[in-house]
Write a protein that binds this ligand. Structure first.
Ligand code: ATP
Length: 459
């Protein structure tokens, strides 16, 4: 595994100190969480009933942005490739799947209770395994017990009489159990992948840090099946691809690192794993795990389902069980990282300007149409501009308040461009386009507005 670090120059070795990296910024956390609530990115769930701990609803802006994160992943992993196909498997799943995958036996966290303050903790997350972080007392923990993180429920109308089913704790198993279907119904052969985006559920002992760790979250996972002898090469390939995805969408290089797992951290079946980590306000945290999983998953399901899950290579007349490289990312957690990386404050004319410098691909609205005043005379042209933009871009329309304040509102939600319709527009049939980052303004004919916006967003 360490050989990979030698071959991939930006990949540090386990235990390396990262001197050139950015440092945590604890104030950023509150600023972004407040902005999310105030502007409609993320609301606490069931808030009118006092909230439902650690569950969140994605509001008008958050639902747009989350969709953009998932679309960007799908575009890069499925649309722009001819060796990956998509899947949307069920969330409810029978125990046999989780028996075979090992989740029923092993998907556990060590849980300890504090006998003094009655709080619960994940033992492996404690700074000091003997001291309770809630009350500060030492020696008050119970023995650790293995707590299974899967949500179990029952299928069927009669409570207690139905069959046990589980909410999937990851999307990955859907790809393994459909391996045969996909080989049989597409013309794909290794190397090829199956990609899936969807909700997963884990009964986390200590959810928290806003949407970083929740019990219901969204994952974006790829299972890439390769001939066994090529697995190491493909593992390195996917490390590079996945790192570039975050950088291309605006995560600064010094806020991102690849952390290879040490030998004792690897799952027994994995020959190499690395986490993509982001500098969150509290320190480094995982965004994605990339693992060389060998043939473990297909073999387990072959055995438990008594089905051959292998590939017959007609060229060589050989039958083999492909190895799997798995890049497994979190959509909700990545969205939080993109928000944190984009948040910026600067002083403009003695006032603080808050700007979300989001990559245009991720910004909830791409453009806002702002008539200079609410006067009836401006409305018809402003609505004409809106109607021209809407088929191409998510467009916001806002006509109340002073124009300066409306620009600030758009800056704060990351809208890359604002189009202002003023009284001169009625004469010259032109509008002003303002850029979020530079605040520069250009005057362009109404007839060119769509092509101008398209060009500016793709720069
Ligand atoms: P962690 O160590 O943070 O619990 P994990 O290693 O168990 O994560 P994986 O099983 O590798 O996570 O899942 C892949 C990705 O799914 C993670 O990198 C993360 O982005 C996301 N993810 C996992 N658990 C959660 C959660 N409870 N809330 C939000 N996202 C999650």
């Amino acid at each position: 595994m360490t050989a990979v670090g030698e071959l991939v120059p930006w990949l540090p070795h386990a235990g390396d100190t990262l001197l050139a990296m950015s440092t945590p910024d604890p104030e950023l956390f509150d600023k972004v969480v407040n902005l999310c609530k105030r502007r409609g990115f993320v609301y606490p769930s069931a808030e009118i009933y006092g909230g439902f701990r650690s569950t969140y609803d994605y509001g008008p802006l958050g639902s747009l942005m989350l969709r953009n994160v998932k679309d960007a992943w799908w575009r890069s992993m499925v649309q722009l490739r001819d060796d990956v196909v998509g899947l949307d498997a069920s969330i409810l799943s029978p125990p046999q799947i989780w028996e075979a995958s090992g989740h029923l036996a092993n998907f556990t966290d060590p849980l300890v209770d504090c006998t003094n303050c009655k709080t619960r903790h994940r033992q492996d997350n404690l700074d000091d395994p003997d001291t309770c972080p809630s009350c500060g007392k030492t020696g008050t923990f119970t023995e650790a017990r293995a707590f299974n993180l899967m949500f179990k429920t029952q299928a069927g109308p009669v409570e207690g009489a139905g069959a046990d089913v589980y909410l999937r704790p990851e999307t990955a198993q859907g790809m393994f159990v459909n391996f045969k279907n996909i080989i049989n119904t597409t013309r794909k052969k290794p190397p090829f992948g199956i990609a899936q985006i969807g909700k997963s559920f884990r009964n986390e002992i200590t959810p928290g840090n806003f949407v970083f760790r929740t019990r219901e979250f969204e994952q974006m996972e790829l299972e890439f099946f390769v001939p066994p002898e090529d697995a190491d090469e493909w593992y390195k390939y996917w490390l590079n691809e996945r790192r570039n995805w975050y950088l291309d969408l605006g995560i600064p290089e010094d806020m991102l690192m690849m952390r290879p797992h040490a030998e004792d951290e690897l799952s027994h079946y994995s020959s190499a794993t690395a986490d993509v980590e982001f500098m969150f306000p509290w320190g480094w945290g995982e965004l994605e795990g990339i693992a060389n999983r060998g043939d473990f998953d297909l073999k387990q399901h072959s055995e438990h389902a008594n089905e051959k899950l292998e590939f017959f290579d007609q060229a060589t007349n050989e039958r083999y069980v492909p190895h799997v490289i798995e890049p497994a990312a979190g959509a909700t957690r990545s969205m939080m990282a993109f928000l944190m990386a984009a948040y910026d404050e600067e002083i403009v004319n003695d006032e603080t300007r808050t700007v979300l410098r989001l990559h245009p691909t991720l910004a909830p609205y791409k453009v806002a149409v702002l008539p200079l005043s609410k006067k009836e005379t401006l409305r018809p042209l402003a609505r004409e501009v809106l109607a021209a933009l809407q088929p191409h871009f998510m467009t916001e329309y806002d006509e109340t308040q002073a124009i300066g304040r409306r620009y600030r509102r758009q800056d704060e939600i990351g809208t890359p461009l604002c189009v202002t319709v003023d009284f001169d527009s009625l004469e010259d049939n032109a509008v002003t386009v303002r850029d979020r980052d530079s605040m520069e303004q250009v005057r362009i004919p109404v007839a060119d507005v769509v092509s101008h916006v398209a060009g500016a967003l793709s720069r």
